[in-house]
Design a protein around this ligand. Structure first.
Ligand SMILES: [Zn+2]
Ligand SMILES: [Zn+2]
Length: 155
């Protein structure tokens, strides 16, 4: 079987490259049925990539945040807020809500805001309780507005 140079189009960069007769013979000797889909330079680039960066690696969809790797035992759970399936590193037990990472960030931000509001409220209570103590002192300094108003003559 005679081989002839053929021009192919690279799937990655769209450039054309020659699938030489020699390469075709080599492919045939390896039992490869398919033409190469990438030019030699793109093939070399891909060889240097980590396997998880190649598009052949499985796509985990919403679990892609883990980079396709599973750092530890994960359990699939439904997000308590958006009902989307997510993976959590603990066994969901139903006694605490499970959130996807987006909702978790949202919930945590709200919780932090609530904690902050509670802290401000507590501080305000402490401040107001000390006001009565201050009032028993020499008395508040005259308010600047009151002083200005007192000095103004009626027109
Ligand atoms: Zn290419
Ligand atoms: Zn969610």
């Amino acid at each position: 079987m005679a081989f002839q140079d053929r021009e192919l189009t690279c799937r990655d960069c769209g450039g054309s490259f020659v699938f030489t007769a020699g390469e075709q013979e080599f492919y045939a000797s390896k039992g490869l049925q398919h033409d190469p889909v990438r030019c030699p330079s793109c093939r070399a680039t891909r060889k240097m990539m980590r396997p998880e960066d190649r598009d052949e690696s499985p796509n985990y969809g919403v679990f892609a945040s883990w980079g396709g790797r599973t750092p530890r035992q994960l359990h699939v759970a439904s997000c308590a807020q958006c009902a989307q399936l997510t993976e959590v590193p603990f066994v969901p037990r139903g006694d605490r809500p499970v959130y996807c990472s987006a909702c978790y960030n949202e919930v945590r931000a709200k919780q932090e805001a609530a904690d902050q509001a509670a802290a401000v409220h507590a501080a305000a209570r402490i401040a107001s309780s000390s006001v009565s103590v201050a009032l028993e002192g020499p008395g508040p300094e005259a308010e600047p507005d009151a002083a200005g108003g007192a000095g103004r003559l009626p027109e």
